[in-house]
Design a protein around this ligand. Structure first.
Ligand SMILES: [Fe+2]
Length: 349
């Protein structure tokens, strides 16, 4: 199914994102985008060069802020493949890279020996983690793809993060930039590699909703990413789409005006799939409660309405779940609640 078909399938309203600096592809916009509450929302002031061009958008879901964006920047998948291939065969460089962030490591390979966890390898970077990579190690890894990868994330951060945050501010009816002053971002490369503990498993990434404000997902053309359109109904996303999807922090800060998509990645046996993801999250000390003066459109828990939960604590709770799902941390009572069940209990009244 083409991206255009997706937009036609799910969209019912009229366009409002143009005023947010995002160009709409086609004539229709999904229902969630009709909720433009406050056209006075102040766009975030970029600390980087101004965005070169507003991205064009197609919608991928009728019930969540999940869109396909047409960005000028393209992810360098040959470089991403080269970096994974180099690290898979040079364990000395893996050790050096992980030593720069000993708390959790940088490259995660639990899928090599855990058949029940997500069957993928990841490389987790961020501006903070990048700054810890010694110059000699960086120079040795640059020819194997690291340089191009970091160039991509730096470009995306500068060109698109402020624009997307401004657009979401209009949907939220409040200025989300006030909660995003420190550019709290993480970068992730994913290698859904057939050579794992369970090569025939279709579980590339278990169903979950991202915890932050929004994520930008670049794909290498291989299908596998799916959205939960309605409970239990999964819709495939075209493998060549670049996707922006919102997370729990956007849901809370917007008072429920922004919704978030549960998603997962299915593997096909013998097929390798690569992706690159940029996660944007509020500042760690932000209290997670609806921003602005407008009444929330959903009922949140007392914990949320009182502002008792900050982003750092929320990340800590969710992180335990996703690291368990990915095979990187053990958990007591891991089966009693899914990642989203636990969050729903915290968020909703
Ligand atoms: Fe995700």
């Amino acid at each position: 199914m083409t991206q255009t078909a997706y937009a036609r399938l799910h969209c019912i309203g009229s366009g409002n994102l143009a005023s947010a600096g995002i160009k709409i592809l086609g004539k229709a916009v999904c229902s969630w985008a009709t909720n433009v509450i406050n056209p006075q929302a102040t766009p975030i002031a970029p600390s980087h060069p101004a965005p070169a061009k507003a991205p064009a958008v197609s919608f991928l879901s009728s019930n969540s802020t999940t869109v396909s964006v047409n960005l000028e920047a393209k992810a360098p998948f040959p470089a991403i493949r080269a970096l994974f291939d180099h690290l898979h065969s040079h364990l000395d460089d893996v050790a050096k890279l992980n030593a720069t962030y000993p708390h959790r490591g940088v490259i995660k390979t639990a899928a090599l020996h855990k058949a029940e966890s997500d069957q993928k390898f990841t490389i987790d970077l961020s501006p903070m983690r990048n700054s810890r990579i010694p110059e000699a190690l960086r120079e040795s890894l640059d020819p194997h793809g690291l340089g191009e990868v970091l160039d991509l994330f730096n470009a995306i951060s500068a060109q698109y993060v402020p624009t997307i945050l401004s657009s979401l501010s209009i949907l939220a009816g409040t200025d989300l930039s006030v909660a995003h002053t420190s550019y709290n971002m993480n970068y992730r490369l994913c290698d859904y590699n057939p050579n794992t503990a369970a090569p025939k498993s279709s579980n590339g990434c278990g169903a979950h909703t991202d915890y932050g404000t929004f994520s930008i997902i670049f794909q290498d053309g291989t299908s596998g990413l799916e959205l939960e359109e309605t409970p239990g109904i999964w819709v495939p996303v075209p493998g060549d789409a670049t996707v922006v999807l919102t997370g729990w922090c956007a849901v809370i800060l917007s008072g429920g005006r922004i919704s978030a998509a549960k998603h997962r990645v299915r593997r096909a046996p013998g097929v390798r799939r690569l992706s690159a993801v940029l996660f944007v999250t509020p500042d760690l000390d932000v209290k997670l409660k609806p921003l602005g003066d407008s009444q929330p459109i959903r009922t949140f828990s007392d914990t949320i309405m009182r502002g008792d939960l900050d982003v750092a604590t929320f990340k800590d709770v969710m992180g335990k779940r996703w690291r368990y799902r990915e095979g990187n941390e053990e958990m007591d009572n891991a089966d009693s609640l899914s990642q989203d069940n636990e969050i729903e209990n915290m968020v909703w009244g």
